[in-house]
Write a new protein. Structure first.
Length: 132
């Protein structure tokens, strides 16, 4: 499972370089069939605040419906990956960033400053129309 390895490497780099890691919750959104692999990854990083949820759990929490998240249901991996990212919002109750498993941390940083910078220099522009 390449994503398990990618996530392991990300968590290793995060553990090494994030200076406020005790304030960060990492949510790994995975497929039901490989949840055990990711629980073992979580076990390796006991000192980090990691939760493992399945796409099926997220869809059920939002829609109340059971949906299979097995990769064989999808003709390509992209719809599955997009659904994981879109439903990730339902697993958190605070600010969050959706990241791909291939990300790595390369130098010391504070995650709180990442969020602060995102809020101050957002790349999304919201415009409300005035009624006339």
């Amino acid at each position: 499972e390449p994503h398990r390895n990618y996530n392991f490497n990300f968590l290793k780099s995060f553990d090494e370089f994030c200076t406020d890691k005790e304030q960060v919750t990492i949510t790994l959104v995975v497929n039901s069939h490989n949840v055990q692999d990711f629980l073992r990854v979580k076990e390796h990083f006991k000192h980090l605040n990691i939760q493992v949820v399945t796409l099926s759990q997220l869809v059920k929490s939002v829609d109340g419906e059971h949906v299979s998240d097995h990769p064989s249901v999808f003709s390509h991996k992209y719809p599955l990956q997009a659904m994981k990212k879109l439903f990730a919002f339902s697993a958190v109750d605070s600010d969050y960033i959706v990241m791909d498993s291939e990300n790595l941390c390369l130098k010391k940083f504070e995650f709180s400053k990442v969020f602060q910078n995102m809020k101050e220099k957002s790349i999304l522009l919201f415009i409300s129309a005035k009624s006339t």
